[in-house]
Design a protein around this ligand. Structure first.
Ligand code: AP5
Ligand code: MG
Length: 219
């Protein structure tokens, strides 16, 4: 049966950072709804233009748009053995639809690691985040600095500050998370899938806990 991992946690807790490491370790494709939207914005697709107006305000993109984007992605051939979902589902409606989608794919949600950290930690991480223009690789000025300032270590592209990482927008994103996404914690706890991980520790310690949860061996 395919493996579907759903990473839950507030903005800036390290979902993307951890997902990239775990994807490499497990061989599962990393599906980040935020990255997919940003790719569409970069390519100026119709969906990208629609999503941009919500993302820049720190609001969620409407469920209908998000759900069909993820459904297409999960049906791609590289997801035959499952996927690592980062940023989806984010509302109770998305969680219910995901359950239905996975039935169609002869699978179900396998693990739900829930990474948490206090709000001041999230704000500090997002205000120092540097994102790579070409492929979305993630750095931090203090906690995970690139070897050469302003340049991605992995593909040499420019590092930039995300528009939605301004402090006021970050505060709103955290509020939106609390109101609309936090209810998913209960949804998955009731289904016995939730595993809580303390994200207020160095990147390697969080990775080590995640790998234990997923039952894979650390290299
Ligand atoms: P999305 O891109 O998913 O943003 P997010 O959930 O707000 O999360 P972030 O990407 O900001 O943080 P992260 O947890 O990935 O942290 P990261 O690893 O980068 O979504 C953006 C927008 O798209 C949403 O606001 C919404 O509009 C829309 N959207 C997306 N999905 C949607 C959906 N399903 N429905 C509707 N709308 C949707 O780390 C942050 C920083 O901290 C980095 O600099 C990193 O280097 C550093 N760091 C990471 N871990 C540590 C650590 N342990 N110690 C120190 N520093 C660390
Ligand atoms: Mg992310």
């Amino acid at each position: 049966m395919p493996t579907y991992i759903v990473l839950i946690g507030p903005p800036g807790v390290g979902k993307g950072t951890q997902a990239k490491i775990i994807a490499e370790n497990t061989g599962l494709p990393h599906i980040s709804s935020g990255d997919l939207f940003r790719e569409n914005i970069k390519n100026q697709t119709e969906m990208g233009m629609l999503a941009q107006s919500f993302i820049n305000k720190g609001e969620l993109v409407p469920d209908s748009v998000t759900i069909s984007m993820i459904q297409n992605r999960l049906n791609a051939p590289d997801c035959a053995n499952g996927a690592l979902l980062d940023g989806f589902p984010r509302t109770p409606t998305q969680a219910k639809v995901l359950d239905e989608m996975l039935v169609q794919l002869n699978g179900k949600v396998t693990y739900v690691p829930y990474i948490s950290a206090p709000s001041d930690t999230l704000i500090e991480r997002l205000s120092g985040r540097l994102t790579c223009r070409a492929q979305g690789h993630i750095f931090h000025g203090k906690y995970n600095p690139p070897k050469v300032a302003g340049v991605c270590d992995l593909d040499g592209s420019e590092l930039f500050l995300r528009d939605d990482d301004k402090v006021e927008t970050v505060r709103h994103r955290i509020q939106v998370y609390t109101n609309q996404t936090a209810p998913l914690i209960e949804y998955y706890r009731q289904r016995d899938l939730l595993v809580e991980i303390n994200g207020a520790r160095p990147i390697e310690e969080v990775t080590s806990d995640l790998l234990k949860v997923l039952g894979t061996k650390q290299e």
